[in-house]
Ligand binder design. Structure first.
Ligand code: SF4
Length: 479
């Protein structure tokens, strides 16, 4: 696919860190969530076993995806649901619009669904005269701010309560200057209640769909999916095809992992099971969406990224995400998993994302479904080179480094020159816009000797010693 490039991540991150206070606060807030996750995981002795099980169940599912999806469809139909298949975002949006139009629905309430964000459903429906209200509090805040979510679990984590107070004052008439979270939340609840009552249809995402039963589970902390599907007669549930699990028994493994990994809670407040339409006269539609997932499934290196249960733990722990904010990624899903999914969907557009990573591996350590996130990001970097998608500056730098490291005499010569000249050069020659590394860092003091010189000098100054008593015999030594 050929498309315009997103703005490079470092440039967007620079905008975010320009407000030092906010960047620091963002970093601390996410670290707090990460610490809560650690404590919650620590209360379960079999945590690692759960992760292994979850990963195996997902691998099994992906290996049998076609059959399991058909099994799901069959069982969902038996439950009275109507199943639709969408090849891509456009088809998904068309299906949803057609269903709404067929039912004469003009106003819909939606609970949080990253899939509908990925398909840009809201603007599409609005262009077609449908009013969409996001009913998850964080999601509603970003909707009012006309922004995309910056995190997949906490969509408005980049906003401060002062800003939310201001926003609510403007949109729903709360008192000017009010910042009390309880007051603001109550005001939002009152406002959203009216939207629920007036809605013609409820739209939800799907956290887990169960092939064996044809049912699915939606997890929210606010009960907004429940309210949104209890009042209107039409419920449309949109799910990516990777949301499937084979059996109802598998569910407990994922429910135990999801909430603890996401927010450090033992369980999500509402885990609602749907099996068919609510009552006679109501309709339940399930839209199964591919949108590039089969292409990822067909790759050996990135298949496991489809294990993702969208808990957000990899974002909370990522030193790059915490310090650059979700919007800097320009992708529906940000952070480590978002960088993999973005690059897989459109490498030319998201060429900078696999580099937004320190390769520290913390994401892979916390991921509840054991995705080898940092290895996949590293693999993506290799792929970008092969696809000729490295920026020219990086290419030139890499070529230069390869020449220096490939020629020992040149390496030694440059080292010697550097040690001699660096301390004598005027500062602007070292710390300037051509050296972004030096923007926040200082080079260490130049040593007098290189490691090789020191090593050779040490060897020369020390007489050969006898090995200490009890040391293993040197190779070739006979007794
Ligand atoms: S990749 Fe793992 S840690 Fe990141 S959101 Fe998905 S399940 Fe959670």
């Amino acid at each position: 696919m050929v498309s315009a490039k997103s703005p490079p991540h470092p440039a967007e991150a620079a905008l975010f860190v320009a407000n030092g206070e906010r960047a620091h606060w963002h970093d601390q807030t996410l670290w707090f969530v990460r610490s809560k996750r650690d404590r919650a995981a620590g209360t379960i002795p079999e945590w690692e076993e759960l992760r292994t099980n979850a990963s195996r169940i997902k691998q099994y599912t992906l290996a049998h995806l076609a059959e399991l999806l058909e099994q799901f469809e069959e069982n969902a139909k038996k439950n009275g649901a109507i199943v639709h298949w969408a090849r891509d975002a456009a088809e998904h949006n068309e299906i949803v619009l057609r269903l709404l139009q067929e039912h004469g629905a003009k106003k819909i309430v939606k609970s949080k669904s990253m899939l509908t964000e990925e398909c840009h459903l809201n603007p599409f429906l609005e262009r077609n005269g449908i009013e969409v209200v996001d009913t998850d509090l964080g999601e509603w805040i970003v909707q009012l701010r006309k922004e995309p979510p910056s995190h997949i679990v906490m969509p408005a984590i980049h906003t401060k309560r002062e800003e939310i107070g201001e926003l609510f004052h403007e949109h729903i008439g709360t008192e000017k200057g009010a910042t009390d979270p309880l007051y603001l939340t109550r005001a939002a609840r009152k406002e959203l209640r009216q939207r629920f009552l007036k809605a013609d249809a409820g739209l939800t995402g799907v956290n887990f769909a169960i092939a064996e039963t044809g049912g699915f589970v939606v997890c929210t902390n606010e009960g907004n999916a429940d309210l949104g599907t209890s009042l209107p007669k039409l419920h449309i549930a949109c799910m990516g095809i990777e949301k499937l699990i084979p059996k109802a028994n598998d569910l407990s493994v994922f429910l135990r992992l999801l909430a603890r990994s996401a927010t450090g809670q033992p369980i999500t407040t509402y885990s609602t099971h749907f099996h068919g339409p609510r009552e006679p006269g109501c309709e339940l539609h399930i839209v199964l969406v591919d949108n590039g997932r089969s292409d990822i499934l067909a790759t050996d290196e990135f298949r496991r990224s489809l294990n993702c249960i969208r808990c957000g733990a990899c974002m909370n722990t990522c030193p790059v995400y915490r310090r650059s904010g979700g919007h800097s990624y320009h992708n529906t899903v940000p952070g480590p998993i978002g960088s993999i999914l973005g690059a897989s969907a459109d490498p030319a557009k998201h060429y900078s994302l696999p580099h937004a990573c320190s390769l520290c591996g913390s994401c892979s350590d916390v991921c509840p479904v054991k995705i080898d996130l940092h290895s996949q990001l590293y693999t993506w970097r290799n792929k970008l080179v092969l696809k000729n998608l490295l920026p020219e500056t990086k290419k030139a730098g890499m070529k230069l480094a390869a020449t220096i490291f490939g020629n020992p005499w040149l390496f030694r010569l440059l080292g010697r020159m550097g040690r001699f000249w660096m301390p004598k050069l005027p500062r602007f020659l070292v710390y300037n816009p051509l050296n972004p590394w030096g923007r926040q860092r200082e080079l260490p003091e130049m040593p007098k000797q290189s490691f090789r010189e020191r090593y050779a000098a040490l060897r020369a100054s020390q007489p050969p010693t006898e090995p200490p008593a009890g040391a293993p015999p040197a190779r070739g030594h006979h007794h």
